[in-house]
Design a protein around this ligand. Structure first.
Ligand code: 1GP
Length: 248
């Protein structure tokens, strides 16, 4: 079964997926492996690996290897550029930053990275990446024309464009460590527009089970959390809190 099928199956049977994002730039590979193992014990469904800066090359490879050694969970690349492709991952969120002003983040990095994805045999999962205010580092790096929190219709328009271009997943991103996550009303409007088959991921600034549950209730199929894993001492308990809040 492909990683995409596996995730979609979790949505179908458990109501929602939880993804743990690990930034290779934030800790040594062995620590990343231990964090992933604890996240697995807490019930997360897969490990995303990537970051806006300093997340490529040998540090990326070593981080993935350490995660693979310590868990059986699928690993999914979350690349900021073609430099975020590694042969050691199971899958890659093959994204286009639809609301970027810079063609490099819409198609050029994708073209540079695509032959590597093929050569390495990493499973591509097509994704529309849409950055919402405040946007954080990724909004700045990706030169995104940030979607205002109070303009759900703009997020819907981009999400539909992604779906009509054939993307299976839509990622609504508020930016890592955002003060406020993507509003539930925006998530609901996007999910209603794209329908059941297209999966909606939400990330950026989600720190509690309560917030995650609200977003899933509004229509999110998958919740991504990253920063919180770096901040808590008990990763397993925090992930357990998030996972139990969003699953049926
Ligand atoms: C960032 O959406 C992800 O790309 C996760 O955000 O680090 O705030 O959990 P956090």
């Amino acid at each position: 079964m492909s990683v995409e099928e596996r995730l979609n199956n979790v949505v179908k049977t458990q109501g929602a997926v939880h993804l743990t994002l690990i930034d290779p730039d934030s800790q040594p590979p062995d620590t990343a492996g231990k964090m992933a193992a604890q996240a697995a014990q807490g019930g997360t469904d897969a490990i995303m690996v990537g970051g806006s800066t300093g997340a490529g090359g040998s540090i990326l490879d070593k981080t993935l290897k350490a995660i693979k050694e310590q868990t059986d969970l699928p690993t999914i690349l979350f690349p900021a550029s073609a430099g975020g492709v590694s042969a050691h991952a199971d899958a890659v969120f093959f994204m286009s930053l639809l609301n970027s002003r810079d063609v490099n983040y819409i198609t050029t990095n994708q073209a540079i990275g695509a032959p590597l994805v093929k050569k390495y045999g990493v499973e591509p999962i097509s994704m529309a990446y849409i950055i919402i205010e405040p946007g954080g580092t990724v909004g700045w790096v990706g030169d995104a024309k940030l979607i205002p929190q109070k303009k759900p219709a703009l997020a819907v328009a981009y999400a539909l464009a992604g779906k009509y271009m054939g993307m299976h997943y839509i990622y609504l991103e508020a930016g890592s460590g955002a003060d406020s996550p993507v509003p539930a009303a925006m998530v609901g409007a996007v999910k209603q527009a794209v329908g059941e088959e297209t999966k909606v991921l939400v990330g950026g600034g989600i720190r509690t089970g309560e917030v995650a549950a609200k977003l899933v209730k509004a229509g999110a199929d998958m919740i991504v959390t990253g920063t919180i894993v770096e901040q808590v001492s008990d990763v397993k308990s925090k992930i357990h809190e998030l996972v139990t809040a969003i699953k049926q």
